[in-house]
Design a protein around this ligand. Structure first.
Ligand SMILES: Nc1ncnc2c1ncn2[C@@H]1O[C@H](COP(=O)(O)OP(=O)(O)O)[C@@H](O)[C@H]1O
Ligand SMILES: [Mg+2]
Length: 268
């Protein structure tokens, strides 16, 4: 009936520009970016500071709108959507991971992961069940009650990943997710992101480290608000972390996605 999910385009930007106006000064943060990203897989965005990476991520993440051009997410033009509709789309479709983890300090791992479900109005018992499952997927089933300060950096980032995963997003956006981690822990986080990409979630990450970009199957380099280069590569396979075997990463529930329905028979 429909094309296979593997070839489905999830993100499509066409001639996207972004101009920030500060008084009389205009900054052209994006100068006409066109690109398409398929469902599934791991894409890295690189480029010097100020080249427009975060601006691009904010637009793809529906946190900001293009000044001109078109953005389609899962085949839907988002430019006409209200703020409320965008917020709902974000909550249902997107997961965010940040360099500094952004966990609530006085709150346990499980409560941190439950937060997006709370915002979405999911009842308590269901929240708990899904948060436990998401923490299991990142290999932290035995750390549910730990607070961030009681976890290593890599474990905190895995809690953040579980929080991003708990809404069953189609797209995970990660801005320098390994920026605060040592190389061993970075490789563990990259292994998880790679497995999510293999499992059909689209993962887009910003990094300035070429050894992190090596895990991606596609590298987009930004320069002065434009795409300077965009190439596919054979990704480096991250070592599998003992704590998160692939079986634990299998989706635990088939969550319905009514408004953004994937084609019938799609993997996700
Ligand atoms: N909110 C903002 N207001 C004004 N200028 C901004 C804003 N955000 C980013 N910029 C400018 O836009 C350009 C691109 O920034 P950014 O997307 O943050 O780059 P990167 O993430 O690659 O470092 C820079 O020149 C930056 O100073
Ligand atoms: Mg940035």
């Amino acid at each position: 009936m429909s094309a296979p999910a593997a070839t489905e385009t999830l993100v499509r930007l066409t001639g996207v520009t972004k101009v920030y106006r500060m008084g009389d000064v205009e900054v052209q943060a994006l100068r006409g970016v066109s690109l398409a990203i398929a469902q599934g897989g791991l894409t890295a965005i690189m480029g010097a500071s100020g080249s427009g990476k975060s601006t691009l991520m904010n637009i793809v993440g529906c946190l900001d709108r293009p000044s001109a051009g078109r953005y389609e997410l899962a085949g839907r033009d988002i430019s006409g959507l209200s703020r409320a509709a965008l917020a709902e789309l974000r909550n249902r479709t997107l997961g965010f991971v940040f360099q500094s983890f952004n966990l609530l300090a006085r709150t346990s791992a499980i409560e941190n992961v439950e937060l997006p479900l709370l915002y979405a109005g999911v009842p308590g018992r269901e929240r708990r069940r899904r948060a436990v499952a998401a923490l299991g997927r990142v290999g932290l089933a035995d750390r549910l009650r730990h607070h961030p300060a009681q976890l290593s950096g890599g474990q905190q980032q895995r809690v953040a990943l579980a929080r991003a995963l708990v809404m069953e997003p189609r797209l995970i956006l990660a801005d320098e997710p390994t920026g605060n981690l040592d190389s061993t822990t970075s490789a563990e986080v990259m292994a998880l992101l790679q497995q999510l990409g293999d499992g059909g979630i689209t993962v887009v990450l910003v990094t300035h480290e070429s050894d992190i970009a090596a895990y991606a199957e596609r590298v987009i380099v930004m320069r002065d608000g434009c795409v300077q280069s965009d190439h596919a590569q054979q990704p480096l396979r991250a070592p599998e972390p003992a704590a998160a075997a692939p079986a634990m990463l299998a989706p635990t529930t088939a969550v319905e996605r009514p408004a953004l329905a994937a084609p019938t028979g799609a993997a996700r």
